[in-house]
Design a binder for this molecule. Sequence first.
Ligand code: 6PG
Length: 467
Amino acid sequence: STTHFGLYGLGTMGSALSLNIAEKGYGLHVASFVAEDTDKFLARADCLGDAFTGHRSLADMVKSMPSPRAIILLVPAGQAVDDSITEAQPYLQPGDVIIDAGNANFHDTRRRATMLEKQGLAYLGMGVSGGEHGARTGPAMMVGGTEAVWNGVRPMLEAIAADFQGEPCVDRVGPDGAGHFVKTVHNGIEYADMQLIAEAYGLMRHGAGWSTTQIADLFDDWNKGVLKSYLMEISATVLRTHDPDSGQPFVDLIVDSAGQKGTGRWTAIEALTQGVSVSTIEAAVGARVWSADRNGRATGAALFAQPRAKVDLDPAVLHQAVLATRIVCHSQGFDLLQAASCEFDWAMDLARCAEIWRAGCIIRSDLLDEIATALRGRDRDDTLAFCPEFADELALCLPALRQIVTTAIAAAQPVPVMMAALGWLDAMSQARGTADLIQGQRDFFGRHGVARVDKPGVFHGPWSDGT
Ligand code: 6PG
């Protein structure tokens, strides 16, 4: 029998997703935490209004829906999800499914899926990307759950998803928390790419003294080639916007203090938990944290302000540096997906994740199409950056990245994400590094043992005073 859909939470994302679902010909039961929000939503729904059945509460909605039911939650991540489950659960029957379409922490999703599955209920953790516009016109969606449950809701989700050359940007990427994990890593890459673009902007604006319009023109130019991406496009648009009252570039009126709801941070936390380093994403999270400490920066400015030499920038060199960094941050993100897939036994199809990200989501870009092709074709689990498709490009761009980072350092312009990318590339291209000394230190103070290059086994150094 056909699934009946209900959606709870008519905020920005919930409203937009509801209209999208209705437009694709599905009837939808709707409810919100505040009953009046449902009335307001229905009043605004215009010609799509007939598709909706409004309810006063989540419990009312679930009770009055026929089975089998799929209840989509679009409530803030955290306690609100648990509260919604508690409210709906008494009225649910085997065969019904709850779909959490918020930005949940995947550990929570795993816990909730296990709890509900014990009671015969199904749970899907679904990452949704694309902001309000994406939700309305076609988001990218990453689903975690069982095959059977996914297949039950698949036609509806494929109908509302973004389309990349005829393929819907939605799929099941693994069981339980896999979907929310993939969305978390998407956001980590989003943080790094946003910071990267901001670093390029900083060098041009504060270093070279270019105008916002000149920078917007360059970003528009870049957006016609290998750096084509949604974030590049909107960065140009933001820089081109002027305040209607003062006529100033609007960006100059925005407080330089970035917010974060947590997903980028989770990416870094999870990477470190799994013994993987996503240094570009860690750097981007750190940069947001520093940006938010405005008082600290004011104090630092008074204490350490450096003479800021004017930067002489070659846009073609900067372009290569940005491309190299973008490749590295995606590569680190995919390395993390791979590590998590092993750790949690998700058997994740990494190429499929890249394919889902080619349209609808915030990090959509031409690079992701190349990444999808590279991952489809690779026969070894090498880091993405070392795939032939990217290794040549990186080798070509590496001198430019070094030149830009050097220029930035000399001019006291912070470029933490570019520096992290360069640091990773330099470390990963040293066949013999400096961890020999680290191992010597560890053995000296803790008798941890060392491996030798000249014979097999575990040894201790002939230290004279190894206490
Ligand atoms: C998306 C975005 C979105 C993001 C919010 C807030 O893919 O549509 O990633 O889901 O979570 O825009 O992000 P921050 O507040 O953490 O920047």
